[in-house]
Design a protein around this ligand. Structure first.
Ligand code: ADP
Ligand code: MG
Length: 383
């Protein structure tokens, strides 16, 4: 069923209006990939694709949740039994509820409806958007507000404990603290955040490859473990503390694989610093070089790219700066998911078509790039 609004969906499912509606964006990451769990620097942007969650206090002893993605009848969650369920999308919600309960929040039962125009499993953090929306729903119902940082930490913990993904803090913080027109540089060590304006003539084009390679399962955790081993060998608390010279000097002790993992991490954090300056001065040539170097490092040193991502990035650089391309790279965890391209606004439509036709030459399915912009983080839009 298609609804015009989350309010309308709620009324149709439960026969009464919601008391609050939460709007929770997805995110892209301009640069700083696979370094949030290494105390590194990242540069995400909340985008104008959202998960919406409409909510009202419940009538009975159980909560009911309905998602337009799965349809059917609303599913029930008992507050006495907030435990992970095998392979269920409910885990993101149950996880947040369980952790709120554990920190002492008295949770009311509720009915909720979820609608979304954010692709799932596309590296655009629909999971963090869903967790954050759940936390904000509970804040709306209880009146107990959290700071964006505390909310992000709780949602990250839910992802660790209930979805089994040992993610860093970037996604949840980007979803919760993004600002319209800005990228959000986050120092993942102390969570210091800096807003960096995105130039007006710069459009963000997102291309979801619509593939998720099963190879990715468990690889995320392996990358984290590799980086931990590398920092042990190098004698630093985290790779944030390592300079490139230290990594180079430890090459023999690290061995090829750990050396490459560490080189990615250290060089990527440095690229974020340079990208910040380049964005502030609209130095698009440097932006393009840094994004390409980031992609190549993720592909060759961190081994998290795939053919679909590589073809799209290559096609974007073939389009070239003369026609308005600033830069392009994979975004998110990899093994599928999406690329982002920064492009002159008046050339975005042409680049979109160029990427579609380049992709068609290599793969059997279509991609449908969309132009997006930086928006505010998650918030209650109706209460
Ligand atoms: P990403 O966060 O990049 O989108 P993940 O695999 O981390 O990818 O999270 C995707 C999962 O989040 C989905 O498989 C689903 O379980 C859950 N999810 C996201 N949005 C929704 C939604 N609107 N309704 C139900 N489940 C959702
Ligand atoms: Mg996710």
């Amino acid at each position: 069923m298609k609804f015009n609004s989350p309010q309308q969906a709620f009324e149709s499912v439960y026969g009464r209006p919601p008391v609050a509606v939460i709007q929770s964006p997805g995110r892209i990451n301009l640069i700083g990939e696979h370094v949030d769990y290494l105390d590194g620097l990242v540069m995400p942007v909340a985008i104008d694709r959202h998960v919406h969650m409409a909510v009202s206090p419940g009538n009975g002893h159980t909560c009911r949740v309905w998602s337009a993605l799965s349809g059917g009848e609303p599913v029930e969650i008992s507050m006495d039994k907030l435990e992970p369920r095998p392979d269920s999308w409910l885990n993101y919600i149950i996880g947040v509820l369980a952790l709120l309960r554990d920190r002492g929040t008295r949770l009311p039962t509720f009915d909720a409806v979820i609608t979304s125009d954010l692709p799932t499993g596309a590296g655009l953090s629909s999971s963090a958007a869903l967790e954050t929306a759940t936390a904000l729903c509970m804040e709306a119902l209880t009146g107990e507000e959290m700071t964006p940082v505390n909310r992000a930490r709780l949602c990250q913990q839910a992802e660790h404990d209930f979805a089994g993904v040992p993610c860093g803090i970037m996604d949840q913080l980007a979803v919760g603290a993004g600002k319209a027109g800005h990228a959000l540089q986050i120092d993942c060590r102390d969570l210091y955040m800096q807003l960096v304006p995105i130039p007006d003539d710069m459009a963000i084009l997102v291309t979801d490859t619509r593939v998720k390679h099963s190879l990715g399962d468990g690889e995320y955790r392996k990358r984290r473990e590799d980086c931990e081993k590398a920092s042990d060998i190098l004698g630093v608390d985290s790779l944030r503390d390592a300079a490139l010279a230290l990594v180079e000097s430890g090459r023999d002790r690290l061995g090829d694989q750990l050396f490459r993992r560490a080189r990615h991490a250290v060089s990527e954090i440095e690229r974020v610093r340079q990208f910040n300056k380049a964005l502030e001065s609209s130095d698009t040539a440097t932006i393009g070089k840094l994004m390409l170097a980031s992609h190549q490092s993720l592909r060759n040193d961190f081994n998290v790219s795939c053919d679909e991502l590589d073809i799209l990035v290559e096609a974007a650089y073939d389009f070239g700066p003369e026609r308005g391309l600033f830069g392009s790279r994979m975004t998110g965890g990899g093994f599928g998911g999406s690329t982002i391209s920064l492009v002159r606004r008046d050339a975005a439509e042409e680049l979109k078509q160029h990427l579609q036709s380049a992709f068609r030459k290599h793969f059997k399915h279509e991609v449908n790039p969309f132009i997006t912009q930086a928006v505010d983080g998650a918030k209650i839009i109706e209460a």
